[in-house]
Design a protein around this ligand. Structure first.
Ligand SMILES: Cc1cc2nc3c(=O)[nH]c(=O)nc-3n(C[C@H](O)[C@H](O)[C@H](O)COP(=O)(O)OP(=O)(O)OC[C@H]3O[C@@H](n4cnc5c(N)ncnc54)[C@H](O)[C@@H]3O)c2cc1C
Length: 343
C-alpha cells in the first residue's frame, strides 16, 4: 500500500477494490462480509501509517468523484461533491468561482471524503464550518443516510467518524455551503503577516496562493522534488492541558528561562506540539535510520527514502517519550494506523 499513501510505507492489501459509485461501494462491502474480511476505507492515503505487514483484509478505495452544480441560495452557494474527489482541486474551483469558506484549506492533500473524518483545519479554518450535511453508508444497517453537520459531532481534529462511530460509516458525498461575495478569512497570524504590506483586502485567489506558499515553505504542500513532503502531515495533535497543569509547567519552565506558548482551548490551554518537540531536543532534520523529522517542520515525520513503517513508529515512540519525560505531556498522533495490532 506504500504507493497509495503520502508517507510511502506499508505492505500489501490482501484484496483491493476501487469503487467509483455507491453501487460499487455496497458491492465491495458485501464481498468483504461474505468472505468475513476486515475492511479498510481508503481515501487519498494522506493521513495514514500502514504496517509493514500490510492489511489482512479488503482495502476499499473511494473514487466517487462527481460534483453537483453550484446552486446559489440567499447569498451562499450549496453544492455536493463525491467523496473521492481531490480536495485541493475542489478548493481551487470554489476560489475561482469566488465563493469563500475553503480558501485557507488550500493545499491539503487527500480526498473530499477524508476531510470530515478528522475535521481538517488549517490557517484559521475548519472544514466543519462549511459542511452542511453528508451522505454515508451505515455499515450497521447497510443503508445510506444523510447526517447533518450537528450529527457529525465535529471538534478539533475529530468527529464521530474517528471517535464514537469509528468504522461505522463510509462517506459517499459531502454537501458544502459557502459564502457568496468572496470575502476571505484572514484569522491566522502567519496569513496576516503575509498580507501586512498588502494594500486593501486580498482576494480569495491571493489568500489561496499565500496559503499554498506558506505551506510549501514548511513542506506541508506536496510538490515534486520536495523530500520533506513525504509525510502524513503533522504527526501529532496540539495537546490540550488543564489550566492548573499549564500554570505549573509554565512556572517550572520560566525558572529555566523558557516561555511556554499556549492558546485558549474550551477545556484548558492548547500547547503547540511543535514547540514541545523542538524543546525536548528533537530538532528539525533529526534522523533515525530512514525516518526523520522534516527539515522544515518539526511536527512532520518524513520517510527519508526507503523507510519502513517500523522505523516511522520507532521515531514516533522516541518523540513521545522525550516530550513526556521533558514536559509530562503525552502527545497523541494525528494519523490513522492501519494493519497494526490494537494497543
Ligand atoms: C503534506 C500534508 C499536509 C497536511 N496538512 C493538513 C492540514 O493542514 N490540516 C489537516 O487537518 N490535515 C492535514 N493533513 C492530513 C490529511 O491530508 C487530511 O487528514 C486528509 O483529509 C485525509 O484525507 P484522505 O482522503 O487522504 O484520507 P486517508 O488518509 O485515506 O484516510 C484517513 C482516515 O479517513 C478515513 N476515510 C477516508 N475516506 C473516507 C470515506 N470516504 N469514508 C469514511 N472514512 C474515510 C480512512 O479510513 C482513515 O481512517 C496533511 C497531510 C499531508 C501529507
Amino acid at each position: 500500500m506504500a504507493p497509495l499513501t503520502t508517507l510511502g510505507v506499508g505492505g500489501p492489501a490482501r484484496y483491493f477494490v476501487e469503487a467509483r459509485n455507491e453501487a460499487e461501494v455496497i458491492e465491495a462491502v458485501g464481498v468483504a462480509r461474505a468472505q468475513d474480511l476486515p475492511l479498510f476505507v481508503l481515501g487519498g492515503g494522506s493521513n495514514l501509517v500502514v504496517a509493514d505487514a500490510g492489511f489482512p483484509g479488503l482495502v476499499l478505495k473511494i473514487s466517487i468523484s462527481d460534483v453537483s452544480h453550484f446552486t446559489p441560495q440567499d447569498g451562499s452557494v450549496v453544492f455536493t461533491a463525491g467523496a473521492g474527489l481531490d480536495w485541493d482541486a475542489l478548493v481551487a474551483r470554489t476560489v475561482e468561482t469566488d465563493y469563500a469558506g475553503l480558501e485557507c484549506l488550500s493545499g491539503i492533500p487527500g480526498t473530499v471524503g477524508g476531510t470530515p473524518v478528522q475535521n481538517v483545519g488549517a490557517y484559521g479554518q475548519e472544514v466543519s464550518e462549511t459542511i452542511r450535511e453528508l451522505r454515508a453508508l451505515d455499515l450497521g444497517s447497510m443503508e445510506t443516510r444523510t447526517l447533518s453537520n450537528a450529527e457529525c459531532g465535529f471538534a478539533y481534529r475529530s468527529s464521530i467518524f474517528n471517535t464514537t462511530e469509528r468504522n461505522r460509516y463510509i462517506i459517499l458525498q459531502v454537501t458544502f455551503e459557502l459564502r457568496g461575495g468572496g470575502r476571505p478569512s484572514l484569522r491566522y497570524p502567519d496569513l496576516q503577516k503575509f498580507f501586512a504590506e498588502h494594500a486593501g483586502e486580498p482576494t480569495l485567489a491571493e489568500v489561496r496562493a499565500a496559503v499554498r506558499e506558506v505551506r510549501r515553505r514548511k513542506a506541508m504542500l506536496i510538490v515534486p522534488g520536495d523530500d520533506d513532503a513525504r509525510s502524513a502531515g503533522s504527526f501529532f495533535k496540539n495537546p490540550v492541558v488543564t489550566q492548573s497543569f499549564f500554570e505549573e509547567l509554565s512556572t517550572r519552565l520560566e525558572s529555566r528561562g523558557l516561555q511556554l506558548p499556549s492558546y485558549p482551548a474550551a477545556d484548558g490551554r492548547k500547547l503547540p506540539a511543535a514547540w514541545l518537540v523542538e524543546h525536548a531536543g528533537l530538532a528539525k532534520g533529526y534522523a533515525k535510520g530512514s525516518a526523520g523529522i522534516s527539515s522544515k517542520h518539526s511536527l512532520a515525520i518524513v520517510n527519508r527514502g526507503g523507510a519502513t513503517a517500523a522505523e516511522i513508529i520507532a521515531l514516533k515512540d522516541e518523540i513521545q517519550a522525550r516530550v513526556l519525560a521533558e514536559f509530562g505531556v503525552q502527545l497523541q498522533p494525528e494519523p490513522v494506523f492501519v494493519g497494526f495490532a490494537p494497543d
